[in-house]
Design a protein around this ligand. Structure first.
Ligand code: ASP
Length: 465
């Protein structure tokens, strides 16, 4: 007999079915035992009555405990009016079992999977992530994540984008964070850098003539784990040729409207079209470049987007050095270009950059880029790079701009944050399948961890004591 998943039993009253799944809960009522069996589609009630079970199955019943994996054959029956359970999709029926096979027993889990696991110690949840993920809320969050990605991918496909994979083993790209480095075995003393974002590759894909690129990109940043950060996170990363910032903002506005409508139809967007504020206005009015514009912050279904534009191009770090606020590939606001080329009033020069904020989080950020060699070179110079360093770090970009680089711009989402907001979760770890803790540790895999001497020697690594 082929397997039936729980939710499909609803239309099979009177038929015999085979179910596979996990024991979610067990209730003993005298001679009769009720099981809630859980599979990917939800829960179904199974009734174990000794007189209906074959001999082998009868003996097993006493052993069955939560999280055992079972195969059950039985008849789908309509429930009595009085025992209908409106809380589950299969609440109008139940399965009266004839045979029960234990496909795998289970130890008692370290926490209860049929309860809300958000209150459980987080280190324990992370160590047993595969159990935490079985819980209803986490299953829902992962499916929401998948749905959001799917809707975005379909939308971008319809809009003529090509999904392009870019390398993980590459060279540094400045996005303001420390980079993870990977020693090269074949080139002793040399290193790859894991990308903070595919920024350079997506711009080079515009030089390559794709005009519309996107990718669900993993980004890696070796930062101290301030607040709700993860060493690796996901972006929906995109780039477009021959566009203005209004074109990019319009595309992402339509994309987010579609995502909210289809993935979380219970939510209401506060204002469409999304309001647009300059960085200066946002800072003056709200003291933040990601203001929370919800009217009722206690309404879990209110979503308030707002665009922030005209960010300063440069900022100064604590040690006084000049840094690009977004990254050095942002183009200069047309009104400020003359000042920029003359090197005047640098701190008031605006970038052609834009962010989309949502309920107080920055969820997308991007810019129209520089596509001319001399302008890009000028930014690097202002950032204090000498010509030798510019050549060794970015020579390939500058050269590419000399081979007919089209005007282009793009943007990237903080995909984990997008899903977090839509799931009404307080942090991104609740929507990342296998996150790391605040010290960048993976408790389930026990990573990072030491390596045997042989592996280190092959990678040309000597550990400094
Ligand atoms: N690469 C940028 C980032 O990671 C996004 C962009 O400018 O498109 O924030």
């Amino acid at each position: 007999m082929t397997r039936t998943i729980a939710k499909d039993t609803v239309s099979k009253s009177g038929e015999t079915v085979k179910l596979n799944g996990w024991v979610h809960a067990r209730r003993d009522m005298g001679k009769v035992t009720f099981l809630d069996l859980r599979d990917r589609s939800g829960l179904i009630q199974v009734v174990l009555v000794p007189s209906c079970l074959d001999e082998a199955s009868k003996d097993l019943v006493k052993d069955i405990r939560p999280e055992f994996v079972l195969e059950i054959e039985g008849e789908v029956k309509d429930r009595d009016e009085k025992t209908i359970n409106d809380n589950i999709e299969t609440g109008k029926i139940e399965v009266l079992a004839n045979t029960v096979v234990i496909q795998n027993p289970a130890k008692t889990p370290p926490f209860e999977i049929d309860k809300d696991t958000s209150v459980v110690n987080e280190e324990v949840r992370m160590k047993y992530r595969y159990l935490d993920l079985r819980s209803e809320r986490m299953q829902k969050n992962m499916r929401l994540r998948y749905n959001v990605n799917r809707i975005m991918r379909e939308f971008l496909h319809e809009e003529g984008f090509t999904e392009i994979e870019t390398p993980l083993l590459t060279k540094g790209t400045p996005e303001g964070a420390r980079e993870y480095i990977v020693p090269s075995r074949l080139h002793p003393g040399q290193f790859y850098v894991l990308p903070q974002s595919p920024q350079q590759f997506k711009q080079l894909s515009m030089v390559a003539g794709f005009e519309r690129y996107f990718q669900f990109a993993r980004c890696l940043r070796d930062e101290d784990q301030r607040g709700d950060r993860q060493p690796e996170f996901t972006q929906c990363d995109l780039e477009m040729s021959f566009v203005t910032r209004e074109d990019v903002m319009d595309l992402v506005s339509r994309l987010m409207e579609k995502v909210v409508k289809e993935a979380t139809p219970e939510k209401k967007i506060a204002q469409v079209p999304f309001p647009i504020l300059t960085y200066a206005e946002a800072m003056e009015k709200y003291g933040s470049d990601k203001p929370d514009l919800r009217k009722d912050k206690n309404d879990p279904n209110e979503i308030a987007f707002c665009w922030i534009v005209d960010f300063p191009m440069f900022e100064t770090l604590e040690d006084g050095t000049l840094q690009a606020m977004h990254h050095p590939f942002c183009s200069i606001h047309p009104e400020d270009k003359e000042k920029f080329m003359k090197g005047e009033d640098i701190m008031n020069i605006r970038a052609n950059a834009y962010d989309l904020a949502c309920n107080g989080y920055e969820i997308w950020g991007g810019s129209i880029r520089i596509h001319e060699r001399d302008v890009q070179n000028r930014v690097f110079e202002l950032l204090g790079l000498d010509s030798e360093l510019i050549q060794s770090k970015f020579g390939h970009m500058l050269e590419a701009f000399e081979y007919g680089a089209p005007p282009h711009g793009g943007i990237a989402s903080g995909q984990d944050r997008v899903v977090m907001v839509l799931a009404n979760e307080p942090n991104i770890r609740e929507v990342i399948p296998y996150p790391k803790d605040g010290n960048a540790k993976d408790h389930m895999m026990d990573a990072p961890s030491e390596l045997p001497d042989k592996a280190l020697r092959e990678a040309n690594i000597q550990i400094r004591k």
